[in-house]
Design a protein around this ligand. Structure first.
Ligand code: TMO
Length: 314
């Protein structure tokens, strides 16, 4: 019996040390979290950093390009990405995934849409009858209500920074035969999109901007244009003709392949993390409506939502 017990305990010790990954403490080396140039992403960076810190981890934040970050994760300069938006970054993410060194760490509950649209008062004022059907944009009487001093007499659409989608929207406008009536300008940053909404309303002119959901505008009367449906391969970068809108997209998480080994507890918590459309909309609202700093927004979100995030750490 004694022999059996000692054999058994030896086996248990061997098993524990062999599978010791789940027992090992997280490395004290900082988990590197990237920050990009839209509000929910930055707030969520601090939210997730705060969750990791509550588990005893060290974190570091680095500003990063939202396309190049997947290569940075792959080679280990950045540890995680917590908002991989399919339409904007799916291609860069998939390219890194195929090279190796980065892992798909699952989806948030929220689904995403990233596309051109307009505040509802544009439709209510009758500035472009037929919207949200994209074919309404073929009408010159619509386009003329969207002219700005810099648009050369065409209707203007305001795209986000070019780092998000390159020439996706100008290509689409051309592919759909709208190039004679519409021109696309790029905003320097997200704040310029929100400033454009306010300016257009004040001036009583139409406006079409790039926007996305989840965002603070979800409850605020914004409508996305219905372009021809997205299908796999429809974009020029995938060999298609570009005559398509954006996908009903995923919102993924990704990690450096070593993260589960160096920080097993944090990696397990991050795998469980899943935020909903309303969680992410609230993170953006705290900055874009309530005007808190990103850090303060994250602190407030964590304090108000312990029942959401504490279970991720268990
Ligand atoms: C990546 N974004 C949320 C700005 O569309």
């Amino acid at each position: 019996m004694k022999k059996l017990i000692s054999t058994l305990s030896a086996a248990v010790i061997a098993l524990v040390s062999f599978t010791g990954v789940s027992n090992a403490a997280d490395s004290k080396k900082p988990i590197v979290i990237p920050t990009h140039n839209w509000s929910s992403q930055v707030v969520m960076a601090y939210v997730i950093g705060g969750i990791f810190e509550s588990m005893g981890n060290n974190v570091k934040y680095v500003p990063a390009d939202s396309q190049a970050v997947y290569e940075s994760i792959r080679i280990g300069d950045v540890t995680i990405s917590h908002e991989v938006w399919e339409s904007a970054f799916g291609k860069s993410f998939t390219t890194a995934l195929e090279k190796g060194g980065i892992l798909d760490w699952g989806d948030h509950e929220a689904r995403t849409l990233e596309d051109m649209g307009y505040p509802n008062w544009v439709a209510e004022k009758g500035l472009c009858p037929g919207l949200p059907d994209w074919t309404a944009l073929k009408n010159p009487d619509c386009a003329k209500n969207f002219v700005t001093p810099d648009s050369g007499g065409k209707g203007r659409m305001l795209e986000g920074p070019q780092s998000w989608h390159g020439d996706l929207i100008p290509q689409r406008v051309e592919a759909l035969g709208l190039g004679d009536l519409w021109t696309v300008k790029f905003a320097g940053g997200a704040d310029a999109l929100w400033a454009e909404l306010a300016a257009a309303e004040k001036e009583g002119r139409g406006t079409i901007i790039f926007n996305w959901t989840p965002n603070f505008t979800d409850g605020a009367g914004f409508t996305f244009i219905d372009f021809p449906p997205y299908t796999a391969g429809c974009r020029p970068e995938d060999g298609g003709d570009g005559k398509c809108g954006s996908p009903d997209g995923y919102l993924k998480k990704a990690v450096n392949a070593d993260f589960p080994k160096t920080h097993p507890a944090a990696a397990a918590a991050f795998k469980k993390m899943s935020f909903s459309t309303s969680h992410i909309g609230a993170m953006a609202s705290l900055v874009d409506i309530d005007k808190l700093s990103h850090e303060d927004a994250a602190k407030k979100w964590l304090a108000d939502n312990e029942s959401v995030w504490k279970p991720f750490t268990k």
